[in-house]
Each structure stands twice: as structure tokens, then as C-alpha cells.
Design a binder for this molecule. Structure first.
Ligand code: CMC
Length: 423
């Protein structure tokens, strides 16, 4: 199986077949237009391989997700988010020395320039933190302008280290509290939690259970091959836009409710169901009715067709965290009942719709005292190393070109221009 044949207008063409390290088969149509004059049409890119990548492997039928060959369950159980960030960006899990150096760099670069704090004064307190996050990410390029041809590692470190501080400041500003500087003796996750929860007038105690849960959540979100935001990062990065601008675009793409914004929408949906008397069957019926415009948020996935391995881990984590904290959240009960009803309904069974990563993550964030409008920011913090890894891989690929799809034009054919008085 090393070539594929296409017959178009009675003429036969051959195209090479590319096989990935896990046996995935792709038909290389790079020469399609030159040979045949035709292009492919693939709405939503469901059948299009946009690149070769060695970062993340997903088998949606089997529910497999691996980062650089490591099973997601192993990483979530045994690694820290910083180790996983190293794995994704540099290709290997760090040894002790590498980890210490990486951690030290992330710590040393975690403050943002004092002048950048003034930007926050311009945003209204109601500003969505995703808007602030993407603007601030792009603004980093004004303080640390990348120079073409320089080593990008310093920018990668800065972006990774500062984004959590930027995110925490966005939250603090939105609730009218003073921002809290990062504290160098704390880990990445502990530092972030302190920056959002601490207040200057009180002693802050790191909650190790939250730190563990946050590490897991961020690891589960850290990469997911060519999803909408990562593809955005690759598209924007392909024009050689700088790292900060590119990641800012990725953050915006993530914000939408069909992608990372779904975690906020899930919580809002669960709240709505609760205030409607917990009538979850009504909402399942609404989701089945195409005219209702309602979807079960946190359900379905383009790639996973049996289960989302991240959701399986998160459901268990959710029970553990809430159990250990002694929290009895009625939204968790509604979520479980909703899941049960949907998974036994032929509409969802036939369409292979299962809970995805966003279904349970919000309930854990809520238990940690993280407000709903910060959920997608949490997703962005987790996805950051994945975006950076894809940007770096693309940048280091000498064969990569500017991403520029084509289209099948369906508008009017040539028309004569009429001056305004004749229209
Ligand atoms: N509720 C009800 N019906 C659904 C849902 C849902 N959540 N998801 C898909 N369907 C139906 C859809 O209407 C279609 O039905 P039919 O074949 O009769 O027209 C069928 O299932 C296939 O759906 P699709 O929209 O063609 O699938 P897609 O691959 O284009 O979209 C999705 C995937 C995730 C955008 C979609 O399932 C969805 O909108 N889910 C809700 C939003 C959500 O939870 N997003 C987070 C995704 S996971 C985090 C991430 O990586 O971004």
C-alpha cells in the first residue's frame, strides 16, 4: 500500500501513501492540483492531515491519548505539569538536573514587567479573562520583541512562566483585589493557586490536594494534536508571526464554546438545569431536537468515538477531590444523571457521543474556588506547552510552508460594474 489511485474525468493519477509510526495512513496529495487541476473539499478538515508531527498520538476509536509515546493516564498519575511541559516542548521527560534547571528558569521569569500591570487598569472589571489573556499574551511581544533568527528558547520560557501570572492578575483585577506576586519557593501549580487565592492581609496555606488536582487537570489538557486552537497556532505561526502573537491567536480560538469554552458552558448548563428543577431528561430531549439550538455541552468529540480517556480520568478525580474536601456538589449529581440518561439514549449511542474532557473539569475547578469565567483560562494554561511544542516543531521543520488552503468558489461569475446611479 504505497500508492493511492485517483480517477478523475477518466484519467488515472497516482499519489504516494504516507504511513505514520502508529500505522496511520495518509494519502499525500501535495501534487494533486499541479497534476489534476482539482483540489480537495473537506469541510471542518475531518479527513485532512495538515502536517506530520511527533508530539501527540490519538486513536479515537480505542480512546488512546499519548504524549511523545507516554500514556496520558501514566503522565496524569505520576508526572508534574512542568515535567510534561518539558516532554512536549523538548521531546523527552527531564532528568533531575534538567527538571531543576527548567523549574528554576520558569520561576525566575514568572514576574511580568511592572508597566504591564497598568494594562489591567484599562479593562473593565467585567472583561472576560480570556480576552485579557490573549491581549496580554500578544502584548508580551512589545516588552520582549523577538528578533528573527535568534534562539527562541528564552521566549518560550518567558511565555510559559508569565502566562500563569497574567491569568491570575486578570482574575484578581476582575474581583477588585490587589494582585499577588509569584513566590519563588512554590511550584508552578502552587504558585498559581496562591496568586488567585491569597490576599495580602492573610497568611496563605498551600492546599496540596488542590495542587495535585491542578497538576492532573493541566496535564490532561496539555496537548491534543491538531485541534482547533493548535491548528490556529500552526496557521498563524506558518506566516512567521512571532511566538507571542501566535499563541494569542491560539487562546482566541480556544475561547469558543465548541472548543475550550465548553467547560464554562457545561457549568452554565448544569446551573440552568438545577434552577429548572434538575429536570435533566428535558435537556436531553432538547439536545436531541435539532430545532432547539441546544447541545449537551461537554458531550461529543470529533476524534473520540468510544470514550475520551481524559474524561474517564477526570470523572474519577472529581469524585476523589470532592470526597476528600467533603464537598457535596449538587451539580456533580446532575452531571452524573445527565451522563447516565444520555449514554443510554439511542440518539447519543448512534452518534457515539460521550462526555469529553470539559464535562467534569469545571466541577473540580469549582471545588477549588475557581470561578466559572476562569475555566477556559485554566484550559489555556494547560494547553500552552502543547501550542508551544507545535509552534517549535513547525519552526524547526525546514520543509514547512505558509498555510494557505484553497476553496471551491460558489459566488457569482463575472458581472459588469454598474455606476451608483444605475443600481
Ligand atoms: N449534543 C447533541 N448533539 C450533538 C452533540 C451534543 N453535544 N455533539 C454532536 N451532536 C450531534 C450533531 O448534531 C450531529 O448529529 P447529526 O449527525 O444528526 O447531524 C452528530 O452528533 C455529529 O456531530 P458533529 O457536530 O457533526 O460533530 P463534530 O465532530 O463536527 O463536532 C463537537 C464535535 C465537539 C464540536 C460537538 O460534539 C459539540 O458541539 N459538542 C459540544 C461542545 C463541546 O463539548 N466541545 C468540547 C469538545 S472537547 C474539548 C476540546 O478539545 O475542544
Amino acid at each position: 500500500m504505497d500508492t493511492a489511485k485517483l480517477i478523475l474525468a477518466g484519467k488515472e493519477y497516482e499519489f504516494p501513501v504516507v504511513v505514520g509510526s502508529e500505522g496511520e495512513v495518509g494519502i499525500d496529495i501535495t501534487t494533486l492540483r499541479a497534476k489534476t487541476g482539482a483540489i480537495t473539499l473537506d469541510s471542518g478538515y475531518g479527513n485532512t492531515g495538515s502536517c506530520k508531527s511527533s508530539i501527540c498520538f490519538i486513536d479515537g476509536e480505542q480512546g488512546i491519548l499519548r504524549y511523545r509515546g507516554y500514556e496520558i493516564a501514566d503522565l496524569a498519575e505520576h508526572a508534574s505539569f512542568v515535567e510534561v511541559a518539558h516532554l512536549l516542548i523538548y521531546g523527552e521527560l527531564p532528568n533531575k538536573d534538567q527538571l531543576a534547571t527548567f523549574r528554576e528558569k520558569l520561576t525566575r521569569h514568572s514576574m511580568i514587567h511592572e508597566d504591564m500591570k497598568k494594562f489591567y487598569e484599562g479593562y473593565p472589571p467585567t472583561a472576560h479573562p480570556m480576552a485579557v489573556l490573549s491581549s496580554m499574551a500578544a502584548s508580551l511581544s512589545t516588552y520582549y520583541p523577538p528578533v528573527p533568527g535568534e534562539d527562541s528558547d528564552q521566549h518560550i520560557i518567558r511565555l510559559l512562566a508569565k502566562t500563569k501570572t497574567i491569568a491570575a492578575y486578570a482574575y484578581k483585577k476582575s474581583i477588585g483585589q490587589p494582585t499577588i506576586y509569584p513566590q519563588n519557593d512554590l511550584s508552578y501549580c502552587a504558585n498559581f493557586l496562591r496568586m488567585i487565592h491569597a490576599v495580602p492581609c492573610e497568611e496563605y496555606q498551600v492546599n496540596e490536594l488542590w495542587v495535585k488536582a491542578l497538576n492532573k487537570l493541566l496535564i490532561l489538557h496539555a496537548d491534543h494534536e491538531q485541534n482547533c486552537s493548535t491548528s490556529t497556532v500552526r496557521i498563524v505561526g506558518s506566516s512567521q508571526a512571532n511566538l507571542y502573537a501566535t499563541i494569542s491567536a491560539g487562546i482566541c480560538a480556544l475561547w469558543g464554546p465548541l472548543h475550550g469554552g465548553a467547560n464554562q458552558s457545561v457549568l452554565e448548563m448544569l446551573e440552568q438545569i438545577r434552577s429548572d428543577g434538575a429536570n435533566y431528561k428535558k435537556y436531553v430531549d432538547m439536545a436531541k431536537d435539532k430545532n432547539s439550538g441546544f447541545k449537551l455541552m461537554g458531550f461529543g468529540h470529533r476524534v473520540y468515538k468510544n470514550f475520551d480517556p481524559r474524561a474517564t480520568i477526570l470523572k474519577k478525580t472529581c469524585d476523589e477531590v470532592l470526597g476528600q474536601l467533603g464537598i457535596n456538589d449538587p451539580l456533580l449529581d446532575i452531571a452524573k444523571k445527565l451522563e447516565e440518561v444520555a449514554l443510554n439514549d439511542s440518539f447519543f449511542i448512534e452518534r457515539k457521543l460521550y462526555p469529553n474532557v470539559d464535562f467534569y473539569s469545571g466541577i473540580i475547578y469549582r471545588a477549588m474556588g475557581i470561578p466559572t469565567n476562569m475555566f477556559t483560562v485554566m484550559f489555556a494554561l494547560g494547553r500552552l506547552p502543547g501550542w508551544i511544542a507545535h509552534w517549535k516543531e513547525q519552526n524547526e521543520d525546514s520543509g514547512s510552508r505558509i498555510n494557505r488552503p484553497r476553496q471551491v468558489y460558489t459566488g457569482p461569475t463575472v458581472r459588469s460594474f454598474l455606476p451608483i446611479e444605475k443600481r
